[in-house]
Ligand binder design. Structure first.
Ligand SMILES: [Zn+2]
Length: 545
């Protein structure tokens, strides 16, 4: 079987190569030299089929041929024998766009082999689809930045609500809802690749299912997904999945559950029930899938430990409620219950603060730090939030290794970073960020493919390439095929590994030899080129396979 499949693949590859060459013959009248040929690597085309030895030819920003021993020559030839050659990875849930203005290189992203990020996650996007702040303008700004990585973006429904209604816990009026639907419509027309919600964040959390259904309806005819950071990821996880499915069903669109997890040890046994819900919904016709980063800690704002109602109205209102009569005790009780759920104050690590006087807290566990300064942890926490006007970030160590492996290995699971873009030097080296921003994709390929063997290399690559590309309808990415955009990563499957840790996050992965973005060599043997070849990517709902 394997032999025949191999030979079939080889034949297909040859045909594809020939077609591409013929096209050039017709156009140019003679066999052209390619700009770049990668020679003799083990090519994984992104569809999940096994790797096979082949050359990959690139001219300008396109792949022009894939096949064994291509006879054409190229201006640059790179010997990649013994290495895996794959489509550039696509991060389906990224916050990397937030630092591109400060540093467009997106170092920690490129150095993972990621060539496209899907931004606008968790209900928050940098454009909202209004005339003044539309996606066409956002994409124009991105292109002028000349980022190292390609950027697609969803429209964040929290950002939409914030613009139309403000930071208030109430239902949308009929008129407001009409305005918000128009914002979504316009964003999708301009190329946004889905709509996201963040239902544990304000103001996104103030949206009820009916509102979400109305806002997601424009996705349906375009085949784009509703991606959600669900209302709950711990004790009420199954209710939250049910709500998410109901929204997708009501709107008629696909559902992407963001960073699926069962938070808190007492919920670790619920994963099978979550899978059952998802698989049942699929059988009933709802196109559900999910993604996850390969770590046991999540990262968020420290205020996220506090109940949503206490954050109604924004930072000033929140901070005054922390010590307010009639609110302080209730907030403390609900927050302590949440801390208890994730296993105590030492499962909370502070990742960044905004006040320079609190720098020493970065990278420390809250319980240990509070004991060290002789203050009770809850009191220390609210004082920290007051000094930093609420702007403190945390990592919460609350997930199960066994569940993580099952989520990554599940056929519906994709890989994401949920992380930011940073560099070892320059303005984006700040705080003590979650290492997922530097290590997620290599960690899956090193720890979970090579060491733990929970999925094959070909399957892991599929989850990082063609699956997310199809999900957000970037039809010329995610597969190594002639005619597709030349986003390529070359790595050593025997060496690839993440090195960033919670203690030392500012470290790049190893084992990635080459990253090509839109035909331009961006990273080679650890050296970053000056070229920034990324661009904004508009989802293309019309073209299809
Ligand atoms: Zn999230």
């Amino acid at each position: 079987m394997i032999t025949s499949r191999r030979s079939f693949l080889t034949t297909t590859g040859t045909i594809l190569a020939t077609v591409a060459e013929l096209r050039h013959l017709t156009v140019f009248g003679k066999r052209p030299a390619a700009d770049l040929i990668l020679r003799g690597g083990t090519v994984f085309d992104g569809t999940g089929t096994d790797g096979r030895e082949a050359d990959v030819a690139i001219t300008a920003d396109r792949i022009t041929a894939v096949g064994p021993a291509l006879t054409q020559s190229a201006r640059t030839e790179i010997d990649v024998r013994g290495l895996a050659v794959a489509p550039g990875f696509i991060d389906i849930h990224s916050h990397g766009d937030s630092s591109l203005a400060a540093d467009p290189r997106a170092e920690s992203v490129i150095r993972q082999g990621i060539t496209t990020i899907v931004a606008g996650a968790d209900g928050s996007s940098r454009a909202t689809g209004t005339a003044a702040n539309g996606f066409a303008a956002l994409f124009g700004r991105l292109d002028r930045l000349r980022p190292g990585v390609n950027v697609a973006s969803m429209i964040g429904l929290g950002s939409v609500r914030g613009e139309a209604i403000g930071n208030t816990d109430r239902s949308a009026t009929v008129a407001e809802l009409r305005v918000m639907v128009a914002m979504v419509e316009r964003a999708l027309q301009d190329g946004a690749c889905g709509a996201s919600s963040g239902l544990e964040y304000t103001p996104g959390a103030f949206a009820r299912p009916d509102e979400l259904i109305a806002l997601c309806k424009p996705l349906a005819s375009r085949g784009l997904p509703y991606a959600t950071h669900m209302r709950n990821e711990d004790d009420r996880l199954l209710d939250a999945i049910a709500e998410s499915i109901a929204v997708a069903r009501g709107a008629g669109c696909g559902l992407q559950i963001s960073h699926l997890k069962t938070q808190g040890p007492r919920n670790w046994s619920r994963l099978q029930a979550a899978f059952d819900q998802i698989e049942t919904a699929r059988r009933d016709g709802v196109d559900v899938a999910f993604d996850r980063y390969p770590y046991l800690a999540y990262a968020t704002g420290l205020t996220n430990l506090f109940p949503v109602w206490s954050r109604d109205g924004g930072t000033t209102a929140f901070l005054s409620r922390l010590r307010g009569q009639g609110t302080a005790n209730r907030i403390e009780a609900e927050t302590l219950a949440k801390v208890d759920l994730i296993g105590g104050w030492d499962n909370v690590q502070i990742t960044s603060v905004s006040s320079p006087t609190d720098r020493e807290v970065q990278g420390k566990r809250l319980g240990t730090w509070a004991r060290g300064v002789g203050v009770e942890p809850y009191q220390a926490t609210i004082a920290l939030l007051e000094r930093n006007r609420g702007r403190v970030d945390m990592a919460g160590f609350a997930m199960s290794e066994e569940n993580l492996e099952r989520i990554l290995a599940h056929p519906l699971g994709m890989v994401c970073t949920d992380g930011g873009a940073f560099a070892l030097e320059g303005p984006t080296r700040r705080g003590s960020p979650h290492p997922r921003g530097a290590g997620s994709f290599p960690r899956v390929l090193g720890r979970y493919v090579r060491e733990r063997r929970i999925l094959t290399l070909a399957e892991a690559i599929r989850k990082m390439t063609s699956v997310p590309a199809d999900r957000v309808r970037l039809f010329d990415r995610g597969r190594l095929l002639p005619g597709n955009a030349a986003d390529v990563v070359v790595f050593d499957p025997t060496r690839i590994a993440d090195t960033a840790t919670f203690e030392r996050p500012f470290q790049y992965p190893r084992g990635i030899s080459l990253v090509i973005v839109n035909g331009t060599v961006t990273l080679r043997d650890g050296q970053r080129s000056r070229a920034h070849a990324g661009r904004s990517l508009r989802s293309n709902p019309v073209a299809g396979r």
